[in-house]
Design a protein around this ligand. Structure first.
Ligand SMILES: C[S@@+](CC[C@H](N)C(=O)[O-])C[C@H]1O[C@@H](n2cnc3c(N)ncnc32)[C@H](O)[C@@H]1O
Length: 298
């Protein structure tokens, strides 16, 4: 029984872009003679159970149904793992990582039940996603392998060093769900620069402390006693996103200029979906495809 529930309309949007990208990616790697040489790997670092419960039935409404009826009225929607496994042309290998044991177990049984022919290609790891990705980047033979990594955390787990390691493979395309409203913006305190713990976290995420000058401005003049003028937050969601893209461009061969902000029902941007390509040869095609998908309205 699947009890992994998250997301809203934004979940649909991010998964739609991912599905269409993976489809195009596999098309390139099956049709292009040179690309056929490579083994392709799909890596989902925060894989979940593979499925998720449709969010439209709220807690109160659930009480209207008996326990036997609920499963019938609830649509079970596809999660990223299932989407990747359902591709008409599957990847040569799948790596699914989740730190929760029950999520890993549900994912294992879903694969056994619904994709038995792909089971030998699947590696399911109960582990910390960032740690597993660091190992994968180090250990794989990037002369012969190409990967798409999907980083889809709830919170601020992804740090710059990890992004740099992914970029350095020169063989990985990255879909990254950046916690714009749920993470970064909350750490950027309004009336003064953030306390040290928040500031350090922001610096670890962006890989620089340049965010301080980009996101904060002086309010007023220094006073008669020579006290420094106050620094106040002066940045929009859009500008935070642009700063992230600018930073990603310093390490990846290409970054899609378009991003997709994913809003919650109160119209606040929660996440920013972005794409970066690490492989110098494929980057321009990859960016074209991803940029188009990110710009699509849903
Ligand atoms: C937003 S869900 C991912 C959903 C999935 N990508 C999908 O579309 O179906 C986040 C998942 O990350 C897992 N998770 C949270 N922290 C993690 C970590 N540090 N390492 C690996 N998995 C983690 C949670 O258990 C949860 O299943």
């Amino acid at each position: 029984m699947v009890d992994h529930e998250f997301g809203g309309q934004w979940t649909e949007q991010k998964l739609e872009a991912l599905k269409n990208y993976l489809t195009q990616y596999r098309l390139i790697f099956t049709q292009n003679e040179k690309a056929r040489y490579f083994k392709t790997i799909y890596v989902d670092a925060f894989a979940g159970t593979g499925e998720r419960k449709a969010p439209e039935i709220n807690v109160e409404d659930r009480q209207l149904f008996g326990p036997d009826e609920l499963p019938e009225v609830e649509a079970y929607l596809k999660g990223s793992a299932r989407i990747a496994l359902e591709l008409a042309s599957p990847f040569d290998e799948y790596v699914f990582i989740d730190k929760k044991r029950d999520h890993v177990e549900q994912l294992q049984s879903m694969i056994k039940r619904d994709f038995p022919e792909l089971e030998p290609r699947c590696h399911i790891q109960q582990e910390d996603g960032p740690q597993a990705i660091r190992e994968l980047c180090k250990r794989r033979d990037w002369k012969k392998e190409r990967a798409v990594i999907f980083l889809d955390p709830y919170g601020m787990n992804i740090e710059w060093e990890l992004l740099k390691q992914i970029a350095d493979t020169q063989a990985v395309d990255l879909w990254f769900l950046f916690p714009l409203g749920t993470g970064a913006n909350r750490l950027l305190t309004r009336d003064a620069t953030p306390p040290k713990a928040f500031a350090d976290k922001l610096t670890r995420i962006f890989g620089t402390d340049a965010w301080k000058t980009e996101f904060y401005t002086q309010s007023g003049q220094s006073d008669l006693f020579g006290e420094d003028p106050k620094l106040v937050k002066d940045v929009s969601f859009d500008q935070i996103g642009q700063f992230l893209i600018k930073r990603l461009k310093t390490i990846f061969h290409g970054v899609a200029p378009t991003t997709k902000a994913l809003y919650n029902s109160r119209n606040n941007p929660m996440y920013l979906l972005c794409f970066a390509a690490g492989n110098p040869k494929g980057a321009s095609t990859a960016i074209k495809i991803a940029d188009y998908l990110l710009g699509q309205r849903s």
